[in-house]
Design a binder for this molecule. Structure first.
Ligand code: F6R
Length: 248
């Protein structure tokens, strides 16, 4: 796995935005769609701000982009405060020229009985487009990628998962208390993440330094799902100095 360390998250995020912009332009020149896997949370906010800037100030068009978000809480209303649909619209989609039919966030409103088929179709859509060209990831303090919590297998599919206690605690501030925090979510499985042609995991701050070390240099184990990325042939951890501070 590659690791790239930047002075701060702003500089790092700009670099990731540049890679995405270059990929979008290559695909445009080839008259091909650009298939992006996207994440929510605090880590990609600077990236999305820079992509919006590139659209507004440097004419970067997202008309050929087809995006698939990693996850959504379940149950979740799309226009609710903490929905990942709302997050993506506010941070990115409402400010660029991506076509509304070209972005996908897992549906938090399905009936339980409909989830399994929906997840299969979510993967089938990605496969029909030739797979993800680039997957953006953050990392949970427990090593989760998407909501593939500790114990998720390398070949796990897109599915409904139970959120770890530590994940719920991390989210509980947004939901004003643990008792209001969802217990389950729909997440893209590890398998589709591993099949992406390129994977970029972003992590900032001292609080992520231990899990970054375990993921990049520790044993490859389902206890730390991000460690599976050691077996990906084109994955890079993009870090600030604090997140990289425990690496040897
Ligand atoms: C979000 C996601 C999660 C987050 C992770 C880190 O779509 O899939 O895995 O990337 O929980 O969250 P932040 O960036 O808020 O520290």
């Amino acid at each position: 796995i590659g690791t790239l360390v930047f002075e701060n998250s702003t500089k790092a995020s700009k670099e990731v935005a540049k890679e995405i912009a270059d990929l979008i332009k290559v695909k445009q020149a080839q008259k091909q769609p650009c298939i992006l896997g996207l994440a929510t949370g605090s880590s990609p906010k600077g990236l999305y701000a820079e992509l919006v800037r590139l659209h507004k100030e440097e004419n970067l068009s997202f008309k050929n982009v087809i995006a698939f978000n990693l996850d959504e809480y379940y149950p979740m209303e799309p226009d609710s405060m903490n929905s990942y649909v709302r997050f993506m619209k506010e941070q990115l989609f409402d400010h660029i020229d991506i076509l509304p039919e070209n972005y996908h966030v897992p549906d938090g409103l399905l009936t339980k009985a409909a989830i399994a088929d929906y997840c299969d179709q979510y993967e089938a859509k990605i496969e029909a487009l030739g797979g993800l060209d680039l997957q953006i990831l953050g990392i949970g303090g427990n090593g989760h990628i998407g909501f593939n919590e500790s114990g998720s297998l390398q070949n796990s599919k897109t599915r409904l998962v139970a959120l770890d206690h530590i994940t719920r605690v991390a989210a509980s501030g947004d939901f004003s208390g643990l008792e209001n925090t969802p217990r389950t979510a729909i997440t893209l499985g590890v398998k589709k993440i591993m099949e992406a042609k390129r994977v970029i995991l972003m992590a900032w701050g001292e609080g992520k330094s231990n899990i970054i070390k375990a993921s990049a240099e520790g044993e490859v184990t389902s206890r730390v799902p991000a460690s599976f990325l050691q077996e990906h042939n084109n994955a890079t951890f993009i870090l600030d100095q604090a997140a990289a501070s425990k690496l040897t």
